[in-house]
Ligand binder design. Structure first.
Ligand code: GH3
Ligand code: MG
Ligand code: MG
Length: 440
């Protein structure tokens, strides 16, 4: 029946009962008319109230939330309070999870992300121990400890496990946290589980793209109680957020790396060179250090290309970059400056060390046997190098690059396959001109 019809029926019933009561009162008693109306109206209202109350209670009885039945009993009051408390906690947890997820997905630096994740886990699960296992740099198939809070790092430092271990298949099936207190029989004998049982309560997987990449582990609760089912669910959810954030941060890192890397040689590109040289000059100024810049260019490279084709030229450029990589120190910055030109920033080095480095590299390339290099004018693929230093040759970037380029130009025009330091070039030019020290 429609709501409107029901309401109409209700009103008709109300008026009918009211009319009957009034009629009875008025005919059977000597009460005045208005008093009879008032009494009958009150009686009908009481009847309506009682009727509604029964209906409401019946509705509640049939409802799963029957605990909400209006009852003034102490027990129900207590139940209601408990329920309200539980709901409040769940709202609080959800709110927290939401904030944590926003926070985590906004962190793009993987190390920072891992630290924040651990802190979030500790806060959300009320434990004071958490750690993350991820593949180590040299070994992408094994995971080992990356970051720990509240654990004895020495104990876990040498602990590694292969990602192809059967225990991880369990995670690949379902992305949920595993309570080590209730771990299945088949895993009980597993060395990892045995090891973990000493101080780890739950583990959850880091699965950025359907494949497990690591593990998050948490210790006992601070109040020594067991983790509840809903806490395990929160842990699973957090592990999920961490996985997504981790995947984003790795992607971001890759993109960032690509944006500063030369595609052909894998060296840094010009964009990175400019920024890094600025930073290094600032650092050199602050700490009163020297810094040297080397620019080098492949000799008669157009000829090599023309004779053997562009792919052969590309291969030679790749080989030169490889040789350069093996020659530089970790602190040096090797760059493909453009075309067949390369640059090396040598922080904290003056002329002499830069010249030693340049000569080492020049000889290495001269002696290396490139494919069909006999097509070159002198039968060898060689390079020419120019060197200038901060602050002796230049006090700012533009001049430093210009002077290094001048030195390279000089190397080219005095026979190629050689290294020239700008001060030497200037000295020679001054001597030749018989002038007194006008800079180049
Ligand atoms: P020089 O000794 O004076 O430096 O003579 P060069 O022939 O090396 O100088 P030039 O500037 O005339 O030629 C540079 C050549 O480098 C021309 C260009 O085709 C080649 N080149 C630049 N970039 C690339 C590249 O990415 N791959 C290949 N294969 N060749 C390149
Ligand atoms: Mg060249
Ligand atoms: Mg060139």
């Amino acid at each position: 029946m429609k709501k409107g019809h029901l309401f109409f029926l209700y009103i008709v019933l109300f008026l009918a009962v009211e009319a009957i009561l009034f009629f009875l009162l008025h005919t059977l008693s000597d009460l005045p008319l208005h008093i009879s109306i008032m009494i009958s109206l009150c009686a009908v209202l009481v009847l309506v109230w009682m009727f509604n109350r029964n209906l409401f209670n019946k509705f509640l009885k049939d409802n799963p939330l029957s605990v909400l039945q209006i009852d003034t009993g102490k027990e129900t009051n207590h139940k209601l309070q408990n329920m309200a408390r539980m709901m409040k906690k769940q709202i609080y947890d959800l709110h927290n999870l939401f904030e944590v997820s926003i926070n985590l997905t906004s962190i793009l630096e993987p190390q920072q992300l891992i630290k924040s994740s651990i802190l979030s886990l500790i806060g959300q699960l009320q434990t004071n121990q958490a750690m993350v296992f991820l593949p180590s740099k040299g070994n992408p198939n094994n995971i080992s400890l990356l970051y720990a809070k509240g654990y004895d790092k020495k104990k876990w430092k040498n602990f590694t496990i292969s990602l192809s271990d059967p225990i991880f298949a369990k995670f690949n099936e379902k992305m949920i946290a595993v309570d080590l207190q209730n771990v299945e029989e088949e895993f009980l004998s597993h060395k990892w589980i045995q090891m973990m049982n000493s101080g780890i309560s739950m583990i959850a997987p880091i699965i950025p793209k359907k494949k497990i990449k690591g593990i998050i582990a948490v210790g006992n609760k601070m109040n020594q109680e067991f983790f509840t089912r809903s806490e395990r669910e929160i842990f699973s959810l957090l592990a999920h957020f961490i996985s997504v954030a981790f995947s984003n941060s790795i992607l971001y890192q890759k993109m960032e790396q690509i944006s500063i890397t030369d595609g052909l040689t894998g060296l840094y590109n010009y964009r990175y060179f400019k920024k890094r040289l600025e930073d290094e000059i600032l650092r050199a100024k602050r700490y009163n250090h020297e810094l040297s810049l080397i620019l080098f260019d492949v000799d008669y490279f157009k000829n090599y290309n023309d004779m053997l084709g562009h792919p052969a030229g590309d291969k030679a450029l790749k080989t030169i970059a490889q040789l350069l990589k093996t020659t530089v120190r970790k602190s040096d910055i090797a760059v493909r400056y453009g075309g067949e030109e390369f640059a090396i920033i040598l922080p904290e080095e003056g002329h002499q060390n830069a010249l030693n480095f340049a000569e080492r590299l020049r000889k290495l390339i001269e002696t290396f046997e490139f494919d069909q290099e006999d097509v070159q004018p002198f039968g060898k693929l060689t390079i020419s190098l120019g060197i200038a230093s901060f602050p002796v040759d230049a006090a700012e970037i533009k001049t430093l690059i210009k002077k290094t380029d001048n030195a390279l130009y000089h190397a080219k025009h005095t026979g190629r396959n050689r290294s020239c330091v700008i001060t030497e070039v200037q000295k020679k030019k001054t001597e030749e001109r018989g002038e007194s020290g006008r800079p180049l």
